[in-house]
Design a binder for this molecule. Structure first.
Ligand SMILES: *[C@@H]1O[C@H](CO)[C@@H](O)[C@H](O)[C@H]1NC(C)=O
Ligand SMILES: *[C@@H]1O[C@H](CO)[C@@H](O)[C@H](O)[C@H]1NC(C)=O
Ligand SMILES: *[C@@H]1O[C@H](CO)[C@@H](O)[C@H](O)[C@H]1NC(C)=O
Length: 177
């Protein structure tokens, strides 16, 4: 009996909490984008004050984030170059399907490049240069809007597949180790 009571209380509290959250998220960050960003940060080993200090659910207010139009709550830019970020790059960034700019250059990110990054329909600018990424560049790439890819100064091998080159307007790829 006691345990049952407890569960009901937990459920009610859960609903109240959720309702409050939803309420405070009016005109705020899209929940899907928020999850993607939280997973991204969760996979880093650095505590990034620009975000953790900001407990507000509106990720559009976070440092390095641009939402456009602001009322849509959709993240279109994630720009955190030179922030001493370390850790691995989460696959979850693929959830940011409106993303046009991803600039995480000049950090200490390591591991392999997540395949999902190369399947972002709106991505125009990808700058991951000067990190510690390792391995080969994905062979299957689907970036219909891409204009600039910068992945120099990592430990990457290979190049973007030649059969996809025709889709690109301007590409600057500087791969070295
Ligand atoms: C790391 O990213 C994955 C998705 O790529 C996610 O499922 C996981 O929850 C993230 N880890 C943390 C601690 O946020
Ligand atoms: C990314 O950010 C760095 C540091 O601010 C800047 O120098 C660089 O030009 C940006 N990358 C692109 C491709 O615009
Ligand atoms: C790059 O390729 C060379 C030759 O195949 C190999 O020896 C090296 O380990 C590779 N480096 C990385 C970072 O994968």
């Amino acid at each position: 009996m006691g345990a049952q009571h407890c569960w009901v209380m937990i459920l009610i509290l859960g609903f109240l909490f959720q309702a409050r959250l939803l309420n405070s998220q009016n005109f705020a960050c899209n929940p899907k984008d928020l999850t993607a960003l939280q997973d991204f940060m969760g996979n880093l080993t650095t505590e990034f004050e620009g975000w953790t200090a900001n407990s507000v659910a509106d990720c559009c207010e976070w440092e390095g984030i641009t939402c456009e139009p602001p009322s849509s709550g959709r993240v279109i830019k994630l720009e955190l170059p030179r922030k001493r970020l370390s850790g691995i790059l989460s696959d979850s960034l693929a959830g940011l399907d409106q993303l046009t700019t991803l600039n995480l250059s000049h950090n200490f990110l390591k591991g392999s490049l997540p395949m999902s990054l190369f399947h972002l329909p709106n991505l125009e600018l990808l700058d991951l240069s000067d990190n510690d990424f390792f391995g080969t560049i994905p062979e299957s790439i689907d970036l219909p809007s891409i204009q600039i890819v910068e992945i120099s100064s990592n430990f990457l091998n290979g190049s973007l597949p030649s059969d996809t080159h025709t889709q690109y307007i301007y590409i600057y790829i500087y791969v070295n180790s």
